[in-house]
Design a protein around this ligand. Structure first.
Ligand code: PLP
Length: 365
């Protein structure tokens, strides 16, 4: 942060995202130095154990992005090429054959796939239950790792993170939170009992739908070292241009999140008023609103009738998007379930588009 170490003036979260990871001002230099396009870096003489010398081990642009993430998380951050690369790094670093992983049934689909396709055949025991405090607590005895995603996605179920983390710790389990939906700006999960955070920075954290990135954060120095070693040896490292773009995009996170939050609240209120929406949910934070239009046909008519909101997967971008989640299979959701990610458009335009598309989609099916 550009704040000098002897300046202890308290700063708010909006200031943090603007200044995170920036070097101290230097006359004639930019706020955020440009990306360094280099794999090897000059390194003469004997190995003295100090990166940077090769981009997979350490790199000035990626290190700066990690410093920014570390400030946001108040921990050590390790940047990855995608959210799934970050998730895999934690699961493979922590779990050995015979260990028990407690995983929500409704966590992100590819995390469940990774557990089923890779971890179970390597001897990890996977116990699954929905995102529900009592159901997950019942699976904790003997567990090595509790994985949480709260609010879950796309059903937006929530658990009391601090309470469940305390129960998991009492059983000797490590708590990992997939904090993609809220970002560390919305909730610093490490302050609520999580030992480790993973995030898909493809989503709201970078917010422009033009990057695939992820990170791991923890305050456990030994675990951070293992995760970093995993990244170096498997090569799941991000590129300098991506991390530079991410760092540039981070500065607007607080204003983007504020606008998305306001738009999401307004959309949730509109949906709650409508008799033709069977079920809707917005957890009071974040940019995702889920609702059920009953049938696949009606949901498809709704998506086709939207003019402003584009049909696309993912969430957290500046443009509003929506999809019928059941089209992919894999999630246990109703065929009419729509996941809508609220962008930065004017509230009246966004609500107008959704309301008109709901009218157009009305019918028997
Ligand atoms: C909650 C959550 N976690 C993890 C991921 C995986 O992230 P990525 O697509 O960046 O690998 C996603 C992607 O949609 C996600 O929604």
């Amino acid at each position: 942060m550009t704040q000098s170490p002897d300046d202890t003036t308290p700063r708010g979260p909006g200031t943090l995202v603007v200044h995170a990871g920036l070097p101290a001002p230097v006359r004639g230099e930019p706020y955020l130095p440009g990306p360094v396009f280099a794999a090897p870096l000059h390194y003469a003489g004997e190995w003295e154990g100090q990166a940077p010398f090769y981009a997979r081990e350490g790199h000035p642009t990626i290190d700066r992005w990690e410093a920014a993430l570390g400030e946001l998380e108040a921990g050590e951050a390790i940047a990855f090429a995608s959210g799934m690369a970050a998730a895999a790094a934690v699961l493979f670093t922590v779990l050995d054959a015979g260990d028990v992983l407690v995983l929500p049934d409704d966590c992100y689909f590819s995390v469940r796939q990774l557990a089923e396709q890779q971890l179970e055949r390597r001897g990890v025991h996977v116990r699954r239950a929905p995102t529900d405090e009592a159901a997950l607590r019942a699976l904790l005895p003997g567990a090595r790792l509790l994985w949480l995603e709260t609010p879950s996605n796309p059903m937006l179920r929530e658990v009391d993170l601090a309470a469940l983390a305390a129960d998991a710790h009492a059983e000797g389990a490590l708590v990992v939170v997939d904090n993609t939906l809220l970002t560390p700006h919305g909730r610093r999960a490490l302050d609520h009992g999580a030992d480790v955070v993973i995030s898909s920075d493809t989503k709201q954290l970078t917010g422009h739908s033009d990057l695939l990135l992820g990170h791991v954060a923890t305050r456990d120095a030994e675990l951070a070292e293992h995760v970093r070693e995993w990244r170096t040896t498997t090569g799941a490292v991000p590129g300098p241009f991506e991390t530079w773009l991410a760092h540039r995009s981070l500065a607007t996170l607080a204003v983007r999140a504020e606008r998305q939050q306001a738009n999401a609240a307004a959309l949730a209120a509109l949906l709650a008023e409508r008799g033709d929406v069977a079920w809707s949910r917005w957890p009071g934070a974040g940019c995702v609103v889920s609702f059920d239009l009953g049938t696949a046909e009606r949901a498809t008519r709704f998506l086709n009738a939207l003019k402003l909101v584009a049909e696309a997967t993912s969430f957290g971008g500046v443009h509003s998007s929506a999809e019928r989640r059941a089209r992919w299979g894999g999630d246990d959701v109703s065929p009419g379930l729509i996941r809508l990610s609220v962008g930065l458009e004017d509230e009246a335009d966004l609500l107008g588009d959704v309301a008109r598309a709901l009218e157009d989609a009305a019918g028997d099916a």
